[in-house]
Design a protein around this ligand. Structure first.
Ligand code: RTP
Ligand code: MG
Length: 146
C-alpha cells in the first residue's frame, strides 16, 4: 500500500481572470482527488521568487514572475495516491497550443502571443517540490519537525 501524496496546484492569474477556477477544481474532484486547502490570493515577489527559484536566470523568469503576480491565483493542496503525477496528467504539457485535448491546458488554453506562456495551472513535479511548495504557500500544513 502506497501512502497518499499531496501536491500543490495553482490556478494561475489567467485561469482566475477567465473564470476557470471552478472548472479546474471540478476536474480534480471528478478524478477522485481530495481538496485539503484552498486559498485565493495575489502572491508577492518574495513568494514567487522562492516558488520559481529553479527558473531564475532563464529568459522567461522575469515575465513569469510578473505574470504570476498580476492578479489572484487559487492555491490548492490536492491529496490522493499518485496525486502529483495524476494532476500533471490532468494539466497536460506546458505549451497549451500542443497540449493534448482532454487536458486542462489542451482544452482550455491557447497561445495569446504574450511574453510568457500563460497555461492556466501549475502542479508540483516531484515529491520534493510538492513538499517545498506546500511549505511556501501553506506553512501551516508543513509537517511537524521530528
Ligand atoms: P508549472 O511549473 O507551471 O506546472 O509548468 P511546467 O512544469 O509545465 O513548466 P516549467 O518548465 O516548470 O515552467 C514553469 C512555467 O514557466 C512558463 N514557461 N514559459 N519558454 C517559455 O516561454 C516558458 N517556459 C516555461 C510557463 O508558465 C510554465 O508553466
Ligand atoms: Mg514546473
Amino acid at each position: 500500500m502506497t501512502a497518499a501524496e499531496r501536491t500543490l496546484v495553482l490556478v494561475k492569474p489567467d485561469g482566475v481572470r477567465r473564470g476557470l477556477v471552478g472548472e479546474v477544481l471540478r476536474r480534480i474532484e471528478a478524478k477522485g482527488y481530495t481538496l485539503v486547502a484552498l486559498d485565493l490570493r495575489t502572491a508577492d515577489d518574495d513568494l514567487l521568487g522562492a516558488h520559481y527559484a529553479e527558473h531564475e536566470g532563464k529568459p522567461f523568469y522575469a515575465p513569469l514572475v510578473e505574470f504570476m503576480g498580476s492578479g489572484p491565483v487559487a492555491a490548492v493542496v490536492v491529496e490522493g495516491h499518485r496525486a502529483i503525477e495524476g494532476f500533471r496528467s490532468l494539466a497536460g504539457t506546458t505549451d497549451p497550443t500542443t497540449a493534448a485535448p482532454g487536458t486542462i491546458r489542451g482544452d482550455l488554453g491557447r497561445d495569446w502571443g504574450l511574453a510568457v506562456t500563460q497555461n492556466l495551472v501549475h502542479g508540483s513535479d516531484s515529491t520534493e517540490s510538492a513538499a517545498r511548495e506546500i511549505g511556501l504557500w501553506f506553512p501551516e500544513l508543513a509537517p511537524a519537525a521530528s
